[in-house]
Design a protein around this ligand. Structure first.
Ligand code: GDP
Ligand code: IMO
Ligand code: MG
Length: 435
């Protein structure tokens, strides 16, 4: 993705998350000097395979597995400090030195135990209408941020001030829990004791993410801004209310680290060669029964954060076109092509109809998206193993046709095709292509 002139690239999921952003970020991080997360929190689960070792990162950027790459958690991330320290300890325990090259924005909001409690409680109250959240406290933490009642990393410098924020938040949370007839209560004294115990480890990591990135770019560094979740989970542009609580799309990247949007040179959209979703909400190309089981098994589609089975479906071009528009995608990385190797026939969604009419604009109401009929093109499968492909020419003709249909539908050029979870299982597609 990096051209001589490209110094700052956003990597964004163009479906419902789990597109393989971790793998693609790790591959591109070899040419980068700094990787930053700009939104979301430990609801993310980014898998990176280094040789035979699997790492699942929830908060720390996927550049962490490349030695010497600096890692930043931007101000737009909501940081559960206990999860962060566990993740650091696991990495350090596995021989990955991270502490010295990690910066956490002083402006980032903290996810506290009462946020997790409220996330779980709200979900249980919703019953059938539940969102299916990861229960990591993400929604309640962003709620406190916009309500201006949140606790930030920089607040840890003043434990007296901290305590008054925590007390007020616990009082509010306990009032809600009581009104819902739930027995759980947040204990401010215990929370403060647990927080005080980790302050000596968190504060040394705290810094200014914007200033760090500006310096990196001024020093000729190369920066990746790694999105979490996917564009269809964006709180504005996704399938509201079945979304996460942040702007996942590229427009949020600059604000989420504290630089100007004029410094961003390109936006890489990561798409699976098919579709998955974990949690509730409409999924127009969803497969059922044996076909769903087969795709889930072949793609090992189980959540990296919660272990929940993901809901699989055919590739949905309407989704990716919507993502291309709202992110301004400049290139695509198509992942998990190898998962489709054994299919005799593949269906590729090119658009939707609703009440008999062709839809030009992606539906904004979840119930409407739940009623659309996908329009499919059927293409022949390739029936051969693509996991060894390392160039466009190595890919079977039918696979290239499938990818070209994706490209034509999205009107965005494909720069990478991933054919396995390992680092080297990547096809770098030249632009323009010869074959
Ligand atoms: P992320 O959240 O977007 O980083 O994606 P996840 O890590 O949650 O899920 C993607 C899964 O697919 C992980 O288990 C990856 O190791 C795996 N993966 C990534 N790229 C490929 C690929 O090209 N082929 C196969 N078979 N697996 C892949
Ligand atoms: P990565 O970064 C897939 C989904 C949840 C739920 C909704 C809201 O690994 O792609 P939340 O806990 O954020 O309030 O849940 O969003 N969700 C994800 N789905 N991948 C993710 O992250 C997700 N993070 C949240 O399943 O439907
Ligand atoms: Mg994931």
């Amino acid at each position: 993705m990096f051209k001589d002139s490209s110094r700052c690239i956003v990597i964004v999921g163009a479906q419902w998350g789990d597109e393989g952003k971790g793998k693609i970020t790790d591959v591109l991080a070899e040419q980068a000097t700094l990787v930053a997360r700009y939104q979301g929190g430990a609801n993310a689960g980014h898998t990176v395979l280094v040789k035979d070792e699997e790492f699942i990162l929830h908060l720390i950027p996927s550049g962490a597995l490349v030695p010497d790459v600096k890692c930043v958690l931007g101000n737009g991330v909501v940081v559960d400090p206990w999860t962060l320290l566990d993740e650091i300890d696991v990495l350090e325990g596995r021989g990955i030195g991270i502490t010295e090259r990690l910066i956490v924005s002083r402006r980032a909001h903290l996810v506290m135990p009462y946020h997790r409690m409220l996330d779980g409680a709200r979900e249980s109250l919703r019953g059938e209408a539940k969102i299916g959240t990861t229960k990591r406290g993400i929604g309640p933490a962003y709620r406190d941020k916009v309500a201006r009642t949140g606790l930030r990393v920089c607040d840890l410098e003043d434990l007296v001030g901290c305590e008054s924020i925590v007390r007020a938040a616990c009082q509010a949370a306990n009032g809600l829990l009581q009104s819902w007839d739930l027995a759980d209560r947040a204990d401010p004294r215990r929370i403060m004791a647990d927080l005080e115990a980790i302050v000596p480890r968190i504060l040394p990591l705290a810094g200014d993410s914007g200033a760090t990135l500006l310096k990196e770019l001024n020093d000729d560094g190369r920066v990746l801004l790694e999105g979490a979740q996917g564009s269809l989970l964006d709180v504005d542009h996704g399938t509201y209310p079945y979304v996460t609580s942040s702007n996942t799309t590229a427009g949020a990247a600059a604000a989420g680290v504290g630089i100007g949007p004029t410094l961003i040179d390109g936006v890489l959209g990561v798409v699976k060669a098919y579709t998955t979703r974990v949690g509730n909400g409409p999924l127009p190309t969803e497969l059922q029964g044996d076909e769903a089981d087969l795709l889930r098994r072949l793609g090992a589609e189980f959540g990296a954060t919660t272990g929940r089975p993901r809901r699989p479906g055919w590739y949905d071009g309407a989704v990716v076109r919507h993502a291309a528009a709202v992110n301004g995608l400049t290139a695509l990385a198509v992942t998990k092509l190898d998962v489709l190797d054994t299919f005799e026939e593949l269906k590729l969604g090119t658009g939707y109809t609703l009440d008999g009419g062709q839809l030009e604009i992606f539906p904004d109401r979840a119930p409407d998206l739940g009623r659309v009929e996908p329009v499919y093109e059927t293409t022949a499968g390739w029936g051969s193993d693509t996991t060894g492909a390392r160039s466009w020419e190595d890919l079977p003709g039918a696979a290239r046709t499938y990818l070209e249909r994706i490209e034509a539908n999205a009107e965005v050029p494909i720069r990478y095709v991933s054919v396995g979870s390992a680092r080297d299982q990547i096809v770098r597609v030249p632009i323009p292509r010869v074959a």
